[in-house]
Design a protein around this ligand. Structure first.
Ligand SMILES: *[C@@H]1O[C@H](CO)[C@@H](O)[C@H](O)[C@H]1NC(C)=O
Ligand SMILES: *[C@@H]1O[C@H](CO)[C@@H](O)[C@H](O)[C@H]1NC(C)=O
Ligand SMILES: *[C@@H]1O[C@H](CO)[C@@H](O)[C@H](O)[C@H]1NC(C)=O
Ligand SMILES: *[C@@H]1O[C@H](CO)[C@@H](O)[C@H](O)[C@H]1NC(C)=O
Ligand SMILES: *[C@@H]1O[C@H](CO)[C@@H](O)[C@H](O)[C@H]1NC(C)=O
Ligand SMILES: *[C@@H]1O[C@H](CO)[C@@H](O)[C@H](O)[C@H]1NC(C)=O
Ligand SMILES: *[C@@H]1O[C@H](CO)[C@@H](O)[C@H](O)[C@H]1NC(C)=O
Ligand SMILES: *[C@@H]1O[C@H](CO)[C@@H](O)[C@H](O)[C@H]1NC(C)=O
Length: 469
């Protein structure tokens, strides 16, 4: 199991102290890079010098009205041609490179990319440089701000680097201007022996993998705990959760996550440096697409949803039952949303202790019946998806499906993840189960999640001995 994941993610198969240490290293590294890149010079040289001179007609040169060339003097750069975040092998002749690029450059210019594989051992007849076919996807197009996400697919017509000599994946990022300026980037380096063909074939280390969106803000640790336990219950023991820390994993949340990290169930990535690169919403599209490719061969299925969203599968069906029918041809299977009121609860228990020991799933039991929100969240077959967005695959080879809402859906507890104190603000009669209105909204009682709170509490006992709440 450990060696299978090594290609994409050395951190994940480690357990116990190993992953803690690695995590600490990652954090330290994150900080180093941060300061380095702040002080590093941004080179945009030769832009103006090439057009500066020789523009005036010679015979007019001496006339006072024929001004000499004016100079534009640039200082620093506002946005880079490419900011690399990740690069991964996707098979024996295909790679993904994930990063950001200046949005105005992509809006108004004609930037382009080329990619190469450079063998570590050039042969007599060849320099060892092979050109691949680069395709790029602007996955957050329209949402990006200073930066836009550029997800690059680099595919060769024959196998590259499979000879165990090692090599480099090289990306040329062209600004596409008249000067042919380009940045040459070594996107990925494989040392001799790194290539391992077996990682691409099933069985994969996990059944289910979760790719989280950037976590920020003052997250409520108890909510994180409840979410993690519910989804561990649902996903089973062969599952793994990847969280992206954009500042939300403060000490209280670390305390919740630490035992899970020790058990090898959770990986946390420090992505705080993303704040320097203003694209969209804490670089959500970038980290999701990166996680897709990073974990492409680690699990049968990869889930993309948020920590205030709870997947529901109608018993007695299990996740495996409902996914099995899609395993041959689907790239993307969507869960439709049930959005819950963040304040309506069912009639009060007779003690406040009983009330406060309830979990989110048991407390908030009214969903908006007139909600026009048709949001979906998805589970992807990562091998069939080449680029993903927040609500589903953007480039894929496979069908797009949606679970029947009675069979599987997700409960969205909007506006709860950073809340402190009592959630319930109004208690209603659970017998009033048909549609009824409160204010302008129409609600329906829905206790489907209540039994899962009980199961979660049992799992917590099993895993940690004592329920903490
Ligand atoms: C700037 O342009 C000159 C002439 O085209 C070239 O010789 C020089 O290497 C360029 N400088 C950089 C840093 O690319
Ligand atoms: C290379 O990968 C493809 C699948 O992408 C597979 O069909 C083929 O057998 C692989 N080649 C070797 C030599 O393993
Ligand atoms: C190198 O090229 C020569 C002449 O084209 C050819 O005979 C030889 O087989 C090639 N060697 C390799 C290792 O491809
Ligand atoms: C995952 O895939 C493997 C191999 O294809 C299969 O044996 C296993 O049953 C799958 N697991 C789930 C939960 O679907
Ligand atoms: C509520 O009251 C009933 C009867 O007074 C009692 O049996 C029950 O234990 C109480 N429930 C809680 C949660 O305190
Ligand atoms: C790149 O795209 C091709 C299809 O054009 C696909 O077969 C390949 O898996 C993709 N590679 C990655 C790493 O997504
Ligand atoms: C709900 O209905 C049941 C049966 O009709 C009744 O016993 C119970 O008291 C009702 N609950 C409330 C809160 O009114
Ligand atoms: C509740 O309202 C929704 C939306 O108006 C409607 O589709 C549904 O049939 C209603 N359910 C009941 C039990 O009236």
């Amino acid at each position: 199991m450990a060696s299978k994941g090594a290609n994409a993610w050395a951190a994940m198969p480690l357990s116990g102290l190993g992953s803690i240490l690695l995590m600490a290293t990652l954090i330290t590294l994150g900080i180093d890079i941060y300061y380095q890149s702040r002080s590093a010079n941004c080179q945009c040289e030769n832009q103006s010098s090439a057009v500066l001179l020789g523009t005036n007609i010679q015979s007019l040169q001496d006339l006072p009205g024929a001004a000499s060339g004016r100079k534009f003097t640039g200082y620093g750069c506002a946005a880079h041609v490419y900011v690399q975040f990740g690069a991964y092998r996707g098979g024996n002749r295909t790679f993904a490179i994930l990063g950001l690029a200046s949005k105005p450059l992509h809006s108004y210019g004609r930037p382009n990319f080329a990619c190469f594989w450079k063998s570590a051992k050039p042969t007599v007849n060849s320099s060892g440089l092979h050109e691949g076919f680069a395709k790029w996807y602007l996955t957050d197009w329209g949402y990006g701000r200073v930066y836009t996400v550029v997800s690059i697919n680099c595919t060769f017509d024959t196998e590259m680097g499979t000879d165990s000599d090692g090599g480099e994946l090289i990306l040329d990022a062209f600004t596409g201007d008249m000067f042919g300026r380009k940045e040459r980037i070594v996107a990925l380096t494989e040392k001799p022996g790194d290539y391992d063909a077996s990682v691409f074939d099933p069985p994969y280390p996990y059944d289910y993998l979760y790719c989280g969106s950037p976590l920020y803000g003052d997250l409520n640790p108890q909510m994180m705990k409840e979410w993690l336990i519910h989804h561990t219950n649902l996903f089973g023991p062969r599952s793994h959760f990847v969280f992206q820390d954009a500042g939300g994993i403060h000490s209280g949340v670390w305390k919740v996550l630490e035992p899970w990290i020790r058990m090898g169930r959770v990986t946390v990535q420090n992505i705080k440096q993303q704040s320097q690169y203003d694209s969209y919403y804490f670089n959500q599209f970038l980290v999701l697409d990166d996680c897709l490719h990073r974990t492409r061969f680690m699990a049968n299925w990869t889930f993309f949803f948020d920590v205030d969203e709870y997947i529901y599968v109608q018993p007695p069906s299990t996740l495996r039952d409902i996914l099995d029918q899609y395993s041959d041809s689907a790239a993307h299977v969507a869960f439709r949303q049930f959005r819950l009121s963040d304040k309506l609860c069912t009639s009060k228990e007779n003690s406040s202790a009983a009330e406060s020991s309830k979990w989110l799933m048991e407390k908030l039991t009214y969903h908006y019946a007139n909600s026009q929100n048709h949001d979906v969240k998805v589970v992807l077959n990562p091998r069939r998806v080449y680029a993903t967005g927040v609500h589903g695959a953007e480039q894929s080879d496979g069908s797009r499906e949606t679970f029947p809402i009675s069979l599987a859906r997700y409960y969205h507890y909007h506006n709860t993840i950073t809340r402190k104190g009592e959630l319930c603000q109004e208690f209603l009669d659970p017998n009033q189960s048909a549609n009824f209105s409160v204010g302008n909204d129409l609600y329906t009682y829905d206790g489907s999640m209540i039994p899962f709170a009980e199961k979660s509490k049992q799992l917590e006992l099993q895993l940690f001995g004592a329920a903490s709440n």
